[in-house]
Structure formats: C-alpha cells, structure tokens
Design a protein around this ligand. Structure first.
Ligand code: PLP
Length: 377
C-alpha cells in the first residue's frame, strides 16, 4: 500500500479494496469457522476465528501503518496484549518497569512474577543512571516504558532507553496508549514492541475494550506473543473490532482537540489558588517538558493531573461538584473524566491523595475550564 499521511490513513481506514456490494465500509463477518479443503487449511488464511477473521485486517493494517510496525495483533483488552508480551518471557527473566505507570499492570506483575519466577524491578525511569544500574546484561529481558506515564505524565526517553536495553541484549517495550502513534512513534525511536489499550484514544468512545501489540521485527519472541493470543483466546471479537475501526477513523481530530484543550486547562489551573501542582508535559514547568518537545510530535496529549490543596477531602469535594467532568476511571474518550487516582489505585498507590486525574474530551474548552474552576471553588 502507498504510504499516506496518518490523517488520510485514519480517515480512509486503509479501505483500498472495494467490497463486491459497493459498500464503503466492510461487512461484519460473524462466522467462527470457515470452509476448508480436505487437506486442512484454505488459502484465504481464515480457518477458525480464534486465530483471525476478515474484520481484523482493516484495523490491524491501519495500526501497523500508523506505528510503522512489521506486524500487529489486536487483543480483547490492553491487559490481554500486555500480559501476552510478558508470557513470551522464559522463567528466570528479569524486567525493569517504571514506578509511575498504569497500576493495573503493576498489580498483575506483582502476582504473576511471584508465581512464574520472573524478577521485576521498578525504577524512576526519568533517571537514566538508575535504569542503567537496574539492568543486568544477559539477564534483563525487558525494559518497559509508558510515556507520558500514569498519572504524573513523566516523559521517559525512548531512544536512550532503547540504547540501554539493546546494549544489555534486552527488548524495549513501550505502552503507547496515552500519546497514541500520532504523538509518539516508539518503534522509530528504537523500541522493539509497542502495546496499547485500544479501549482509550484509539477507539475513543468508551464503548469498546480492546488492546494491541505491535513489533518492529517478526522473530521468535513475536511468534510467542501471537501464539498466546491464538491459543489462549485473547483475540478481539468481531463487533468490538468494527466499533474500534469506526472510532479510529477520527483519532487525529480527537487527539488534536484533546491536546489543545488539555494545554488550555493545565495553563488555567497553574495559578489557581486551590491548586498545589499541575502535571502536564506541555507546561514548561513540567520536569519532562524539554524531552517531550523533542520526543513528541504535534501535541502533548489529553491527560492532565492536578493536586488540590487540602488533600484527599478537598479533592473528593471537587469531584462531587463538577457537572461536565464525569467522575469515572479510564481515559481517551470524547467525554471528559475526572478521578481521584489514589482511590482508584488502592492502598499500595504512590500517588498523592489529593491528585485528580483529568481525561480531557472534546467538549467546548471554556465549559470545561468554567466547570473545573467552579468545582475548585
Ligand atoms: N495501559 C494504560 C496506560 C492504561 O491506562 C490501561 C487501562 O486503563 C491499560 C494499559 C489496560 O488496558 P485495558 O483496560 O484495555 O485492559
């Protein structure tokens, strides 16, 4: 396929084959099984839907083109994709993760590593010396980054991390959920594997649970990830795949709007008397700003966190007073969400009790700012 600019890839959805009916949108094939010749497998490539079906071609080709990946697999959730990567490791492997990261993965790692003889270290990934010190050449198998990271939106240096990983014979895996391939392209910076919760921006409408894994190289490690999807049944279903494809076709419009609004909201919170701290990589005051300017393309994303003066009680009070911002977890939808992150993460959370995580949607930014300011008091 000719390489188009990402906006065109998304709007067209890589739809360059015409359906015999003339439909501009591919049909949803619900078949779980496909006709086979006596020798076993047909040359259409479809045999049984746990291994793949026609409706995955379009979203997987679109994502592959956006990330510049050699291969792509859609999963039933972000966690399903991320854990498939971990299950490709051999027992005894060592992995280095950030401290600031998606808490669900951290929870899974804690239990999984204890049972499967995988050693996990969490380090401050903004400090490359600490990363170097944690990596054990020949033993460390994975360095895992999520940038901007949950919920302080720290920026981790993908190119530098790739260098550290490769020098130790390890792989760099990047969770690219928050910036999407439109704002950060980890594979072009040296990462080996990219994962996403497609539940967030890629779908963008809070109505699909989905995940993606992509690779720079088709090798034995990638084959093990694909095997886990195929034989554990982690594949995305037909209806969610069609919804995901529909959502992705406006990703470029949504992410641009969310980034612009997030910048305005973060700026409006900066000098607010009830706000103690604002975390947004687009702000020059954010510790990762200079790196974000270098590493991110076309915006700093739609996620902002603020720490409310007065801690937990004041933050809870703000959450009960917003009208437009809906109190719910998750991110990347067209509707704006607010959550007190420590409450979502539970007792082991490292997050400030008064930190409110804001997922900026596509409502009028003046309404969002007014609503937040009214709630702050
Ligand atoms: N990665 C990030 C950054 C997330 O925020 C989430 C979910 O919130 C996940 C991965 C997991 O994705 P899912 O909920 O689709 O399993």
């Amino acid at each position: 396929m000719r390489q188009y600019i990402s906006d065109t890839i998304l709007a067209q959805g890589t739809c360059d084959e015409h359906d015999p009916t003339g439909a501009v949108i591919p049909p949803i094939h619900l078949a779980t099984t496909f006709l086979r010749p006596p020798e076993g497998y047909s040359d259409t490539g479809w045999s049984y839907s746990r291994y793949g079906y026609p409706g995955l071609e379009q979203p997987e080709a679109t994502l592959k083109a956006l990330e510049g990946a050699a291969d792509c697999r859609l999963f039933s959730s972000g966690m399903s994709a991320m854990t498939a990567v971990m299950m490709a490791l051999k027992p005894g492997a060592h992995c280095v993760f950030p401290i600031d990261m998606y808490h669900g993965m951290r929870t899974w790692l804690k239990r999984y590593s204890a049972h499967w003889n995988i050693r996990i270290d969490h380090v401050d990934m903004t400090d490359l010396d600490k990363v170097r010190a944690a990596v054990v050449p020949g033993v460390t198998a994975i360095l895992w980054a999520e940038t901007p990271s949950n919920p302080h939106w720290y920026i981790y240096d993908i190119a530098a991390l790739a260098e550290i990983a490769h020098a130790a014979d390890a792989r760099l895996v990047v969770d690219n959920t928050v910036p999407t391939p439109l704002l950060t392209q980890p594979l072009s910076l040296g990462a080996d594997i990219v994962v996403h919760s497609a539940t967030k921006y890629l779908n963008g409408h809070s109505d699909v649970l989905a995940g993606v894994a992509m690779t720079a190289t088709v090798d034995e490690f990638w084959e093990r990830i694909c095997f886990t999807r195929d034989y554990q049944g982690g594949i995305l279903g037909q209806f969610p795949a069609a919804l995901l494809m529909r959502g992705m076709r406006t990703l470029h419009l949504r992410i641009q709007r969310a980034s612009e609004s997030a910048m305005a909201i973060a700026t409006a919170c900066l000098d607010h008397p009830k706000v103690e701290a604002v975390f947004y990589p687009g702000l020059p005051s954010h510790p990762g700003h200079a790196l974000a300017v270098r590493q991110m393309t076309g915006g700093f994303g739609g996620m902002v966190s603020i720490v409310v003066k007065g801690g937990l009680e004041e933050a809870e009070r703000v959450m009960t007073r917003t009208r437009i911002w809906k109190p719910a977890t998750s991110l990347g939808g067209v509707e704006s969400l607010i959550e007190r992150r420590a409450a979502v993460e539970g007792a082991a959370s490292h997050v400030e009790p008064g930190l409110l995580r804001l997922s900026v949607g596509v409502e009028a930014v003046s309404d969002l700012i007014d609503d937040l300011k009214t709630a702050l008091g």
